[in-house]
Write a protein that binds this ligand. Structure first.
Ligand code: ATP
Ligand code: MG
Length: 394
């Protein structure tokens, strides 16, 4: 036996995009193909508002589903079988399909859900359901119908040329295909929040580049390795990430030497933003992305965020701003970054951490402190010292 197998892929929100729909669907198909390029003999095509992934039977279905499920814009996936669009063929395939289900899942009860996309098909949906249900009952003796709490739904989707039969709808992440919404520069730490922030923006179609700051030798090479591995997990959703790595220590030392201790964190953050903006411009990114979250720490109070923002012109996206920490943690677990994030390595922000950081910084005080520094030169030197690393999906 060497027959093809099928996954039906649905593209939720992409389908709502009116005039742009063909464009979004084309990008989505390309993204699915890219995520499946390591599998040989797979084809991806869109017809009648659905995307069909066809693959040789020797490829493990769960691996394919896993890879397709990582593509943003995919709302759900159904492993399906195909039949000719006539009642006899549909019934025969449905019986075969249910026999396999009985063997694999011990299915005892079922309910047919029929849909007729082709209105020229001579039988109405409720009648298709009734007739196919009756044939399946005859063909699979162990089964009975349960319209309230069936073990499984048997979906029958009648289209013009072919009919598709399936039971599962595996949820994807939804969102929009990568590359349909510009490029953003994420400030990526080794923490829980910023990888989730990058992931959330990528889910809306944004391409991601990253910048990471360390304070070597106060922070270790192993800490940076951890961030690279974390970025690799994010890259498994959004493709290769260019990451710039910059030593912030020269700037931190200048700040510690010249400025009030309680302003250290906010001053450092403003430098991170400025450097981030410069690197973003170089990379053709139009926004900065951070994992900041209202009120989480001293540097993320409303006042501190305003002072942080005022040193850059570029919009700063903070997709986690209004989330609770537990929800961010749940998201991190769902996308697979959490376990890596909680590995205990030092971060540059914890070097020179003030004992009592200002929680309501005043811009004029911050500007007065920065007047003691050669801000432009420090930023320029940091930008020029950037090391570039390509992060591949792990
Ligand atoms: P995270 O869990 O993302 O580290 P956090 O709650 O620890 O966030 P902070 O350390 O105050 O918060 O950092 C706030 C944001 O600043 C981070 O979400 C990230 O976007 C950015 N950031 C912090 N440290 C670094 C770093 N070493 N390199 C790059 N960006 C950083
Ligand atoms: Mg952090």
């Amino acid at each position: 036996m060497n027959e093809e197998k099928i996954l039906i892929v649905r593209c939720g929100e992409v389908a709502l995009k009116g005039m742009n729909k063909p464009y979004f669907e084309r990008v989505l198909v390309e993204r699915i193909k890219r995520n499946l390029k390591e599998f040989h003999g797979v084809t991806v095509k869109r017809t009648e508002g659905l995307i069909f992934v066809r693959y040789p039977h020797d490829i493990a279905q769960n691996k394919l589903i896993h890879q397709v499920g990582k593509v943003f814009g995919v709302s759900s996936i159904s492993p399906a079988v195909e039949s000719e669009s006539n009642m006899e063929s549909i019934a025969a395939e449905a019986i075969k399909f249910m026999d396999e289900n009985i063997a694999a899942h011990g299915t005892k009860t079922f309910k047919v859900e029929a849909k007729r996309a082709d209105k020229a098909f001579p039988i109405k949906s409720p009648d298709i359901a009734r007739q196919i249900g009756a044939e399946v009952l005859k063909g699979c003796k162990v089964l009975s119908v349960d319209v309230h709490k069936p073990d499984c739904h048997l979906f029958v989707d009648v289209r013009r040329d072919k009919t598709y039969i399936y039971r599962d709808k595996i949820q994807g992440f939804g969102g929009l295909p990568l590359g349909t919404n510009g490029k953003g520069m994420v400030l990526l730490s080794g923490g829980i929040d910023s990888p989730v922030a990058a992931w959330m923006m990528a889910k809306r179609g944004m391409l991601i580049e990253a910048i990471h700051f360390h304070s070597y030798p106060y922070t270790s090479p192993r800490a940076q390795k951890k961030v690279e591995e974390l970025a690799g997990i994010v890259a498994s959703y959004c493709g290769r990430i260019n990451m710039s790595v910059i030593n912030l220590l020269p700037i931190q030392e200048e700040i510690v030497k010249n400025c009030p201790e309680d302003e250290t964190t906010i001053l450092v953050r403003r430098f991170m933003m400025r450097i981030g903006e410069r690197m973003a411009e170089k990379a053709g990114a139009m926004m900065l992305i951070t994992g900041e979250n209202l009120g989480q720490v001293a540097s993320q109070t409303a006042e501190a965020l305003v002072v942080t923002d005022s040193c850059v012109k570029m919009p700063v996206m903070r997709p986690l701003i209004a989330m609770d920490k537990v929800d961010i943690m749940d998201k991190a677990k769902e996308i697979g970054t959490y376990e890596k994030s909680i590995e205990p390595y030092e971060d540059c922000c914890t070097v020179f951490l003030p004992k009592h950081p200002v929680t309501k910084p005043k811009l004029e005080n911050i500007l007065a402190s920065e007047a003691k520094l050669d801000v432009d030169k420090l930023v320029e030197e940091a930008v020029n010292s950037a090391e570039n690393i390509s992060i591949y999906p792990n």
